[in-house]
Design a protein around this ligand. Structure first.
Ligand SMILES: N[C@@H](CCC(=O)N[C@@H](CS)C(=O)NCC(=O)O)C(=O)O
Length: 207
């Protein structure tokens, strides 16, 4: 059985969406990052970097959301072409997220929302770079339904961060193609089922 260790954050949502899209069975374990559970020794044995998400499957330990999506794509044979242009494009947009919108929007949120002391240079730098990255996604989606043509891990990788950026930076009107894609993604049953399961599990924990 696949064991998923995660929390209700944009990075934490990606693997549960993928598991539901692939129709794979899994046990869900919540790692409460607000309580520091990601730094405890049991979890560090799975991800020495002390961050969610992580996954264990039959003794195989995988961390980094992009690596988890690739692992699950290869296990299920779904949402990542085995070779050629479709695979190259899906991987390019997957790594675009891991190195771009994830860190930049994360820093923007930190400097604008999380810290008591506001540093205008930092807020501006990460806000502008995040908006620029969202504009790249918007441009890409101007003439196609999904980032790599067919629905793929690239869409799952980008979804939660794109929604966080569109809403957090209030740029839905500025990026209509990205907003329409987000709506198309949000309408997928498996995606909604994954997010519901994750959020209900957290709700149950806090109740
Ligand atoms: N590049 C990593 C980022 C993982 C990450 O930043 N996880 C955050 C939650 S979204 C976390 O665990 N934060 C807690 C901490 O840094 O202690 C991935 O894509 O999996």
């Amino acid at each position: 059985m696949i064991e998923l260790f995660t929390w209700t954050t944009p990075n934490g949502e990606k693997p549960i969406i993928m598991l539901e899209e692939c129709g794979l069975d899994y046990d869900l374990h919540l790692i409460d990052i607000s309580a520091g559970e990601q730094k405890k020794s049991d979890f560090l044995a799975i991800n020495p970097n002390g961050k969610i998400p992580a996954l264990v499957d039959d003794g195989i330990r995988v961390f980094e959301s992009g690596a988890i999506l690739i692992y699950l794509a290869e296990k299920s044979g779904r949402f990542l072409a085995p070779s050629g242009k479709a695979r190259a494009e899906a991987l390019a947009w997957t790594f675009f997220q891991a190195g771009g919108t994830g860190p930049m929007l994360g820093q923007w949120y930190h400097f604008e929302k999380a810290v008591p002391e506001k540093i205008p240079y930092a807020v501006e730098r990460y806000r502008e770079e995040s908006i620029r990255l969202l504009s790249v996604l918007d441009g890409r989606l101007g003439d196609r339904d999904y980032l790599a043509g067919e629905f793929s891990i690239a869409d799952i990788m980008n979804y939660s961060w794109a929604v966080a950026g569109l809403d957090g930076l209030d740029v839905r009107e500025r990026f209509p193609a990205l907003s329409m894609w987000a709506g198309r993604m949000g309408g997928r049953e498996a995606l909604a089922r994954g997010l519901d399961r994750l959020r209900s599990a957290k709700g149950g924990l806090r109740a």
